[in-house]
Write a protein that binds this ligand. Structure first.
Ligand SMILES: O=P(O)(O)OC[C@H]1O[C@](O)(CO)[C@@H](O)[C@@H]1O
Length: 512
């Protein structure tokens, strides 16, 4: 087996045909580079088409990347992940989010099912009135304890909203005050979501939420709190009754925790069936990821393209545009998933990485973004690989013109980025010239329901993992967030030595 440096050299030195050349050379390119992941039967049947034909992947690159994946031990690392081995080597932990969806070691899958059963009982009891009339939920958490619930609620609550959910993450009191303003304290439940149950933003917001309930005539505010955590003993110590603590295993990472009890607001807000459907959609992708090899593994194939753009073409960012208002928060979700997982500078063995790691993930919704940032994407000097995400079925009930304009714009952007050209009558005006050959991938879902959302998220989780394997890094730790947190604690405690600029800022704000 060739070593990975030699494979990278071959990839870097491989001919670089343009997208136009690639299409011209292969009449079956679309069939070769697009595939569907499907689920369900009859009226539950659905799926999503993943079209990577407008990327620069070709047979030469795919073969080289397959060899790289083999050299990096992709199959055994994937097996280690799914078997619950300690793949998070720096923290000595497994990363068992897939067990929450029924794919993992028997013991972990069983444990997840038992914890889900408990969560379902509590959700259904609350819907049944066991805690009195509950119309609102203020879900307090940050990072992975907030981004997934926030995305899922905003994507799915148009069709059904059983409880009005507000996700509050920021320590800025404005966020919590906005939630208070939208909720009636007499019918509001508080979820405190924190894997560690120590995060300063979450614990401060939780205290203020309890005070708000107390100040507004709720006799037993702590009786209105549900804790979602991997540290149940800390939640109990903080004052949450054991019966209202929904634990999840330590081996489920924060940014991978939507599938655990961190998904409680989804189940309460849009119903248990949707929460389960999300798990089912994720499971379909888990099985595809587990059972498929090489380029046919669509998560791995996407990672091949990601590596090509980041390492070979030096693209420093990757953009995601959802042509679906319901997925407006998807780029935010992906930012944590991809940047916190793969924004690293050393390998899993602690050695410096041999090339760039995660690009900056950013994005927005179409068509809004077309009128704001697409100028640079079409004519700027940098190449930004783009993912478009859209649903064939509309989310709205208005004139079908809305949805067809949305979709045609989505497809037109990909086509224009690739084709380029000159819009001047004589075809010669440099200001009106489009270089073209700009890559994009398109994920076209049959519909955007809970199953699809689960599948979409799981696809990106496994794509992130596949990228990590190809780069040799551990995607499951996040030490990069710690230094700033420590310095903030030092400042709060009145200690620590700071540079002159920071001292001056603290003085200016009256905090010195
Ligand atoms: O769930 P917790 O423990 O409150 O942590 C919240 C978030 O903080 C982080 O540790 C980063 O600071 C994330 O990884 C995590 O999702």
């Amino acid at each position: 087996m060739t070593d990975s440096a030699a494979i990278w050299t071959a990839i870097e030195n491989a001919p670089r045909p343009t997208l136009e050349d690639l299409f011209a050379a292969d009449a079956d390119r679309v069939a070769r580079l697009s595939a569907r992941i499907e689920w369900g039967e009859d009226e539950f049947a659905g799926g999503m088409l993943l079209d990577w034909s407008k990327t620069h992947l070709n047979d030469t690159l795919l073969s080289a990347f397959e060899e790289l994946a083999d050299t990096c031990g992709f199959a055994s690392k994937r097996a280690a992940l799914l078997d619950g081995e300690r793949v998070n080597v720096t923290e000595g932990r497994a990363a068992e989010h897939t067990a929450q969806r029924g794919v993992g070691s028997d013991a972990s899958v069983e444990e997840a099912a038992a914890l889900h059963a408990r969560m379902q009982m509590l959700v259904e009891a609350i819907h049944g009135g066991a805690l009195g009339e509950i119309n609102h939920l203020i879900h307090i958490g940050i990072g992975g304890s907030a981004l997934g619930p926030k995305l899922a609620i905003s994507a799915l609550s148009r069709d059904l909203s059983l409880v009005d959910v507000h996700v509050v993450s920021n320590i800025d009191g404005v966020a919590l005050e906005d939630a208070f303003a939208a909720c009636d304290p007499a019918t509001t439940l508080i979820a405190v979501a924190s894997k560690t149950f120590t995060t300063i933003e979450t614990m401060t917001n939780a205290e203020s939420a309890l005070k708000w309930l107390r100040d507004n005539g709720v006799d037993d505010p702590s009786g209105r709190v549900i804790a979602l955590t991997a540290s149940p003993e800390k939640a109990v110590e903080w004052g949450v009754d054991e019966t209202r603590v929904l634990p999840f295993p330590e081996s489920v990472g924060g940014r991978y925790s939507l599938w655990s009890s961190i998904g409680f607001p989804v189940a309460l807000g849009v119903g248990w069936d949707d929460f389960e459907a999300m798990l089912a959609g994720a499971q379909v992708v888990d099985e595809h990821f587990r059972d498929t090899d090489g380029r046919a593994n669509l998560c791995l194939r996407a990672a091949f393209a990601d590596q090509f753009y980041t390492r070979v073409l030096g693209c420093q960012t990757r953009a995601v545009f959802a042509y679906d208002e319901r997925l407006a928060l998807f780029p935010d979700y992906l930012q944590q998933l991809e940047m916190e997982s793969n924004g690293k500078r050393v390998t899993a063995e602690g050695k410096p990485v041999s090339g760039p790691t995660a690009p900056i993930t950013w994005g927005g919704v179409g068509t809004d973004a077309q009128h704001a940032v697409f100028q640079l994407l079409h004519q700027g000097t940098v190449t930004v690989p783009i993912d478009f995400i859209a649903s064939i079925a509309p989310g709205d009930q208005l004139d079908p013109a809305h949805h067809s304009i949305l979709l045609t714009n989505c497809f037109a952007q990909g086509a224009a980025l690739m084709a380029g050209g000159n819009m001047a009558a004589d075809g010669k005006d440099p200001a009106r010239a489009f270089p073209g050959n700009r890559p994009s991938a398109t994920i076209l879902c049959d519909d955007l329901d809970a199953v699809t959302l689960g599948a979409l998220i799981a696809f990106h989780e496994h794509r992130t993992f596949a990228n990590a394997v190809l780069m040799g890094i551990n995607p499951f730790d996040q030490f990069g967030v710690e230094l700033g947190k420590k310095m903030a604690r030092d400042i709060e405690a009145g200690g620590g030595e700071f540079d002159a600029s920071t001292k001056a800022l603290l003085d200016a704000a009256g905090l010195g």
